[in-house]
Design a protein around this ligand. Structure first.
Ligand SMILES: *Cc1c(COP(=O)(O)O)cnc(C)c1O
Length: 402
């Protein structure tokens, strides 16, 4: 009947339909927009029902650290978009990564991780997981031999982001999933930069997908949240178990914001990608610019691979100035009037960052150079403003460089 739960025929529905309608069960009030359930606990009709809920004999809500209807709608909708059996929403992207580690690892285990991952993830692995006896080896994202050589008998997880940030290198997900499974490991992909609108890692063999919903899923800079997706036993069991006990769960208010974000996700990602492509091409022709890192350019080493695993090239790009100096890079940043000077990404507002002195400022010089973060490198997370205005804003600084 119209208005009933769509889950029975979700398999027939397209991405945009799922993004707008999946996961919701309308209440008796017949509201059109999804309701927010701001409640910490739930009541029972009898003592027997309370007992049955607590033993787990009867499924249902008990407490919002465990389940909440608004959060569940977000989880079910995102699961439909990623093609996942299970999704658990978390209070942040970092809470998603932490819950995955706590749910799946124990003392003596080992992680092999790409070197090019989010800074706080490195801190989590090196400063916190290490305290509990979980060690991490770092490898070159695009070098399969490097991954293979780093795998030990006690390796449990391979962890990566593709594209990487800020150099937008592309990992071969199919081959890394094969490698992980040959060694009885799980492949964990932080899919924050692509979202399921551009890339579905589970369909290429990955076992777990991580999201920072703070970025493109919200897309408008309003809330912090995250998610873990994968098989029912692993995500719905092991990861969820950590979450309901330790509590970094998503609030219903944020879940509602992210639901609204998902409704326009595909449209926004298409527009982000179109702006990023136009900017990459413009920078590529610019006399003050040396290399542009954007997988949509034919010159990018991952160009053919990316076409086979992403539906578009993403909204993040970086470029190196001909005069590869910190002074000149800062001059470009300081001559902008429009772009936001911030390390954030995944917003309709474009942002400009100098990685060497911000996101990668604490990385030792030698390590930084090894990963290609030079002094003259600038990163743009391309937003949805008029492309001419973004170009003009950069041109103000670029035109002054000798
Ligand atoms: C921002 C980000 C995170 C962390 O997410 P929070 O929501 O800020 O905790 C993790 N991975 C990537 C790739 C990110 O960009």
């Amino acid at each position: 009947m119209n208005g009933d739960d769509l889950s029975a025929f979700e398999a027939e529905l397209g991405f945009d339909t799922l993004a707008i309608r999946a996961g919701y069960k309308r209440t008796q009030e017949a509201e059109h927009d999804e309701a927010i359930f701001p409640t910490s606990s739930y009541v029972y009709s009898s003592a027997a029902q309370a007992a049955a809920r607590f033993t787990g004999d009867e499924p249902g809500n008990i407490y919002s650290r465990f389940t909440n209807p608004t959060v569940r709608t977000f989880e079910d909708r995102l699961a439909a978009l990623e093609g996942a059996e299970s999704c658990v929403a978390t209070s942040s992207g970092m809470a998603a990564i932490m819950s995955t580690c706590l749910g799946l690892l124990k003392t003596g285990d080992h992680i092999v991780s790409s070197r090019s991952i989010f800074g706080s993830t490195v801190v989590l692995f090196n400063n916190y997981m290490a305290r509990f006896g979980v060690t991490t080896s770092y490898v070159d994202l695009t070098d399969l031999n490097d991954w293979e050589a780093a795998i030990q008998k006690n390796t449990k997880l391979l962890f990566l982001e593709t594209p990487s940030n800020p150099l937008v290198e592309i990992a071969d997900l199919t081959r890394l999933a094969e490698l992980a499974h040959q060694h009885d490991c799980l492949l964990v992909v932080d899919n924050c930069l692509c979202t399921p609108a551009l890339q579905k890692p589970l369909s290429m063999g990955a076992d777990i997908v991580i999201h920072s919903a703070t970025k493109y899923i919200d897309g408008q800079g309003r809330g912090v949240g995250g998610a873990v997706l994968g098989a029912k036993e692993v995500v719905g069991g092991d990861v969820y178990g950590v979450l309901r006990t330790t509590g970094p769960t998503m609030s219903p208010f944020n879940a509602w914001i992210f639901l609204k974000g998902l409704e326009t996700l595909n449209l926004r990602m298409k527009a982000h990608c179109a702006n990023a492509m136009a900017l990459a091409q413009w920078l590529d022709e610019h006399p003050a610019v040396d290399t542009v890192y954007y997988p949509g350019l034919k010159s990018h080493p991952g160009h053919s691979l990316v076409a086979s695993q992403q539906s578009d090239f993403g909204a993040l790009l970086s470029f190196e100035l001909k005069n590869n100096s910190r002074e000149q890079a800062w001059q470009v940043v300081d001559n902008t009037r429009l772009l936001s000077i911030t390390a954030n990404l995944g917003d309709v507002k474009s942002t400009i960052t100098h990685p060497a002195t911000t996101t990668h400022g604490r990385v030792a010089l030698e390590e930084r150079e090894k990963s290609g973060i030079s002094d003259g490198l600038l990163r743009i997370a391309v937003g949805l403003e008029s492309i001419e205005d973004i170009q003009n804003d950069l041109q103000r600084g670029l035109s002054k460089l000798s």
